[in-house]
Structures are given as structure tokens and as C-alpha cells.
Design a binder for this molecule. Structure first.
Ligand code: GLY
Length: 356
């Protein structure tokens, strides 16, 4: 059995640490605040299909490969003692005007062509499915397979499972990988500072996100994730089991700035009100900003960098979704076996091929 250092204690680092330690490896996680960062702030969508963009088929394929692993991943975690809160409800994408409706038609046609399960709904059918949605919603697309998880329960569950398998936590900021032995690099937006091969490959992509709760007499939160484009900006509303609602997320290139701005909060609330008017009476419980680990082609970097370092980073908008497949790949590397075929397109070596 091997000694492994995991740099980064977000959802990716914790998933790798848990799976590796459960196989008998001795694992140390380095993070000044494990279980926080972008993973703590996330909405929790596990949504490869409704995140799909034409031209990003590799992201869709990898996301689906990971989504297929999610039920077992969640079950195994629950068996460790803390249920991570995987929601079986699907995702509804809604259109507010004729341009949006046209875009939804195109998305539906693209997904249908790829053989993905989607159902087109009229405005009336959308409101039958989710009665709180605005009368102005013109049409919708139901994607039953796109799920969600309660990200904070998931992190608690992973930390608990790591603890059961003897994972050691060092609350330190790593600035140099030398001397750490075999390393899984899962430092999110900060990864580029730690390895020259990823120096200009992973960058921070700021996102602001809100948490709300219905007050007495308010319409309840939708039952499933609802997504929309408002004025060209994507928003999502993700319900929680306790009745709360996560409303996300802005997306800005702002370096390492993690300030919550008035503009960001206003954009999210105005957008959400157009989709789900009852939200105006909700309690605004939390505003927060975090940094996604973005890559140019929106694909993560999963694979060996050389010198005993394995990259598990750059998951862009899909860290929670891709945690299971990333953990499987990292553990396969640690065990000396071949990586799952599904992560081939995420190999860090694609960067040098790009430059040829
Ligand atoms: N996964 C959605 C987001 O990054 O906002």
C-alpha cells in the first residue's frame, strides 16, 4: 500500500482521499480549510445534459460517465454513515421569450440527436410540473436524468468517510509539491500556482451564489432544479430537502477576487424573480462568492503529470458531477492500473498536443 498526499480538500480531493484510503492506502489531505471553497458554495447540480453546449461533446460524455457512477458513489458514502443527499428529481429548463424558446428547441434537437432523454413541455405543462413558475414561461425542457446533490451534506459525508478510513488532515497551505511523495493535485483554482504544466491552464472563474428560505405563507420551492437564461445569463434554482433554495450563479473573469457584489446579487435576484416570482418573499439567508477552477476547453485535467503527480483539477462548472469518475481515475493510477477509458479526453497531455 502506498503513501499519498492529496493537495486540496474540496469535493475532488476528499473523494480521492476516501476512495484511496478505503482501498488501504495511507492518505494525507493538505488544505487550510477542508470541505470549503467552491465545493461548499456550489448549487449541487449533477447535470451533464443541461450544462451541454454544442462543441463540448467530450465534457458531456465525461459528465455522463461520472453521473452513471453517482448512485453507487452515494450509496457507498451513505453506508459509511452519513447520507450525502442525492436527489432523484430531474431538471427543468425553461424559456421566457421566443428567442429562449428557439434556443431550447435547438438544445432539444441537439440532445435528441445525441440520443439523450429530454421531453419538451409547453408553458402550461411547465406550470403543471412546477406551479410556482411565472405565467410568462413559454416552454420548457424536462431532463429527468440530470440530478442534484446537497453539496454541504456531501462534504460532511466525505469528511466522515475519510475519518473512518484514517485519512490524516493537515490544515496547511501547500506552496511546493517537493517532498510530498506521490501527490494528487486537487487544488482547484489555485492549481496553476503549484505545477508548471498547469500554470496557464487552470484559472479562477468567479461565481456568486445565494441561499434562500421560504417564509411562512410563501410558495414552496420548486421540487426539481429549474434553469433558465435571463438576458443571456444562465441562472439555476436548486431545491434542498429542508425547503431551502440555492440560487446561482454569476460567472465572471475576476482573477482571485471573491467579493460578493451588489451587481451579482441583483442579477441573480432579478433573474430568479422573472422565473419564480414568489421568491421575492423568501428570506435571503446567505450571499457568497467562490472560484471555479476553469480550463480553456472546459474539460478537467485528469491524469499523470509526471514525477509522481496526478492532476485532478480544472473541473470548471462540473466538480461535484465529476468527483466519482475523477476519484476512480486517481485510485486506478495509485494502484498502478490503467485509467478508466472515459477520462482519456481529460489527459493533461492534450495541452502539448494543442501546441503542436
Ligand atoms: N455548476 C454550476 C456553476 O458552476 O455555476
Amino acid at each position: 500500500m502506498r503513501e499519498l498526499s492529496v493537495v486540496g480538500g474540496g469535493v475532488i480531493g476528499l473523494s480521492v482521499a476516501w476512495r484511496a484510503a478505503a482501498r488501504g492506502h495511507h492518505v494525507t489531505v493538505y488544505d487550510p480549510e477542508p470541505g470549503r471553497g467552491a465545493s461548499w458554495l456550489a448549487g449541487g447540480m449533477l447535470a451533464p445534459v443541461t450544462e451541454a453546449w454544442p462543441g463540448e461533446e467530450d465534457v458531456l460524455t465525461l459528465g455522463e460517465a461520472s453521473l452513471r457512477r453517482w448512485p453507487d458513489f452515494a450509496r457507498d458514502l451513505a453506508e459509511e454513515g452519513v447520507d450525502p443527499g442525492l436527489s432523484p428529481h430531474g431538471t427543468l429548463v425553461v424559456a421566457l421569450d421566443s428567442a429562449d424558446s428557439g434556443n431550447l428547441e435547438m438544445l432539444a434537437a441537439y440532445l435528441a440527436e445525441l440520443g439523450r432523454e429530454v421531453e419538451r413541455l409547453t408553458g402550461r405543462e411547465v406550470r403543471r410540473a412546477e406551479p410556482g413558475l411565472a405565467g410568462s414561461v413559454r416552454s420548457g425542457l424536462l431532463v429527468p436524468g440530470d440530478l442534484a446533490v446537497d453539496n454541504r451534506r456531501l462534504l460532511r459525508s466525505l469528511e466522515h468517510a475519510c475519518g473512518r478510513h484514517g485519512v490524516e488532515f493537515r490544515r496547511e497551505t501547500v506552496t511546493d509539491l517537493d517532498g510530498l511523495g506521490d501527490v494528487v493535485l486537487a487544488a482547484g483554482a489555485w492549481t496553476g500556482r503549484l505545477h508548471p504544466a498547469l500554470a496557464d491552464a487552470v484559472r479562477p472563474l468567479k461565481g456568486e451564489i445565494l441561499r434562500l428560505r421560504p417564509r411562512r405563507g410563501c410558495l414552496p420551492s420548486p421540487t426539481r432544479t429549474v434553469r433558465a437564461m435571463v438576458e443571456g445569463r444562465p441562472i439555476y434554482l436548486v431545491p434542498r430537502d429542508d425547503g431551502g433554495l440555492v440560487l446561482g450563479a454569476t460567472q465572471y473573469e475576476a482573477g482571485f477576487d471573491e467579493t460578493v457584489t451588489v451587481r451579482g446579487v441583483r442579477e441573480l435576484l432579478e433573474g430568479a424573480e422573472r422565473v419564480f416570482p414568489g421568491i421575492t418573499e423568501y428570506e435571503l439567508v446567505e450571499t457568497a462568492a467562490g472560484l471555479r477552477a476553469a480550463s480553456v476547453d472546459t474539460m478537467p485535467f485528469i491524469g499523470e503529470l509526471g514525477g509522481g503527480v496526478f492532476a485532478a483539477t480544472g473541473h470548471h462548472r462540473n466538480g461535484l458531477l465529476m468527483a466519482p469518475v475523477t476519484a476512480d481515475a486517481a485510485v486506478a493510477w495509485l494502484d498502478g492500473g490503467p485509467l478508466p477509458d472515459e477520462v482519456a479526453a481529460a489527459a493533461p497531455s492534450r495541452r502539448s498536443e494543442e501546441r503542436v
